[in-house]
Design a protein around this ligand. Structure first.
Ligand code: PHE
Length: 452
């Protein structure tokens, strides 16, 4: 087994946790979780989401990291090599290919939304949004997304930023960023939680009740699929990101324990974002105006009313931008690592090439809120919604299911045992989940959604 990857290594277990948490914590937690939860009725959705994290998510994080650390290469080459070493068909590498493709789709959407976030840094800083009420915050957001030129400009800027870090590589780019930014984000988010508790009055209870009261009659199979998709998305699972980051992980650290830490960090950030945003939704009567704009409407209201809101608001959107960057780099790293392994191209060239492709694809999402408002792709969804649906609800769960099956049925048990270094009973339990439980769960949700 290789002790090192050619791409570099995290300098400690803690850095691996921060990098993986940096990938996991992002717009998925702060932007997507609240609005998807709002669109799906709250409590029951959250419960299914949490169930998916624990039952499917954590085991697949473990599986990906196990494979990655054993293979120490891009997912495509890791899966090919582990199949070969286990005496199986190398065809399994298609899962790596699928994942790399999904990475482009996700990054293309992500970059557009992260661009919105960066634009909001400037808007907060300029005082443009000072003292806004719900109606004007909503109007400001719509006005902004309809302005194709500036959306495009921010999308371009974010993509360049992402590719700049990817070009610098593992140690010098990613590691430096996550070490400081993740703790800062956590701290500011905690402050917002306190603000929410103190100032939203009765709406606070309403917001919490919305998130935690389980009304099962509201839950359709379609919503279960969305909750499962969100669990995959938020943990960066099913496309090889965790596998790639695992390839750079020191050999000694315990994989199950680190996986649990990543899941706990990621889930707390999502719940905290919900605690901040939902009370504001109720306090300002925003229930009707949910959708992708939710965060961009609620947070400016809160910042607009608090003392020092301009500074806090600016800082917060800066940190969300960084949280987005530490995620976006991890979407393209699987494809990037593969090209670096496979060709003679330098990492910066590879980054530029891949960034250009993702940028082009992103135009579709950038224009979904203006020029291509009326364009419909999959079943009445616009371009942005179609990409989001395809990636989160189909590709990631499918990829995750295949990775689980691969780990459970294809890779030699001795390899898994070696990487896990747990008791035989725990190993058997883990294998039972990745062989049977996780794949069945994904399969059942797929089928039930289709039959609905
Ligand atoms: N987990 C990231 C988020 O929640 C998104 C992501 C998905 C990152 C897939 C990498 C791979 O924002």
């Amino acid at each position: 087994m290789a002790e090192q990857s050619i791409h570099g290594m995290w300098s400690s277990r803690l850095i691996f946790v921060l990098a993986a948490a940096g990938s996991a914590v992002g717009l998925g937690n702060i932007w997507r979780f609240p609005y998807v939860t709002a669109e799906n009725g709250g409590g029951a959705f959250v419960l299914v989401y949490l169930g998916c994290i624990a039952l499917i998510g954590v085991p697949i994080v473990i599986a990906e990291v196990v494979l990655g650390r054993e293979g120490r290469q891009s997912p495509i080459n890791t899966m090919a090599e582990l199949s070969r070493r286990s005496g199986r068909s190398t065809f399994w590498q298609v899962v790596g290919w699928m994942g790399a493709g999904t990475g482009f789709i996700i990054l293309s959407v992500y970059s557009v939304i992260a661009g919105w976030v960066m634009a909001y840094v400037v808007r907060m800083a300029s005082g443009d949004l000072a003292g806004v009420d719900a109606a004007s915050a909503g109007a400001a957001f719509e006005g902004f997304t309809q302005d194709a030129t500036s959306v495009l400009g921010w999308h371009t800027l974010f993509m360049i930023l992402t590719m700049f870090i990817v070009a610098r590589g593992v140690g010098r780019g990613i590691e430096v960023a996550v070490k400081y930014l993740m703790p800062a984000l956590f701290f500011l988010l905690s402050m917002l939680v306190v603000y929410s508790v103190v100032t939203t009055g009765p709406a606070f209870a309403e917001g919490l009740a919305f998130m935690f009261s389980f009304k099962f009659e509201q839950l359709s199979w379609a919503a279960v699929l969305l909750a499962m998709g969100q669990a995959f998305f938020t943990l960066s699972l099913g496309m090889g990101t965790m596998m790639t980051y695992g390839a750079y992980m020191p050999s000694k650290a315990s994989i199950p324990r680190t996986a649990a830490m990543i899941a706990v960090l990621d889930t707390s950030v999502a719940i905290m974002a919900g605690i901040v945003i939902f009370p504001l939704v109720f306090a300002n009567d925003l229930t009707s105006s949910s959708g992708p704009g939710l965060m961009f409407v609620t947070l400016p209201i809160a910042f607009g009313q608090m003392t020092g809101g301009q500074i806090f608001g600016t800082t917060f959107f800066v940190l969300v931008s960084f949280a987005a960057v530490t995620s976006s780099i991890s979407m393209i790293e699987p494809a990037c690592a593969w090209l670096v392994e496979r060709t003679r191209l330098s990492r910066p060239k590879v980054a530029a090439l891949l960034g250009a492709i993702a940028w082009l694809l992103g135009l579709g999402s950038a224009f979904s809120f203006n020029y291509w408002n009326d364009l419909q792709l999959i079943g009445g969804l616009n371009f942005f919604e179609s990409m989001d649906y395809l990636a989160n609800n189909i590709m990631l769960p499918l990829g995750g299911m295949l990775i689980a099956l691969f780990t459970g049925w294809v890779v030699d048990r001795s390899i898994v045992r070696h990487q896990m270094s747990v008791s035989d009973a725990s190993l058997t339990f883990f294998l039972w989940i990745v062989r049977v439980v996780a794949p069945t769960a994904v399969f059942v949700v797929f089928v039930m959604t289709l039959l609905r």
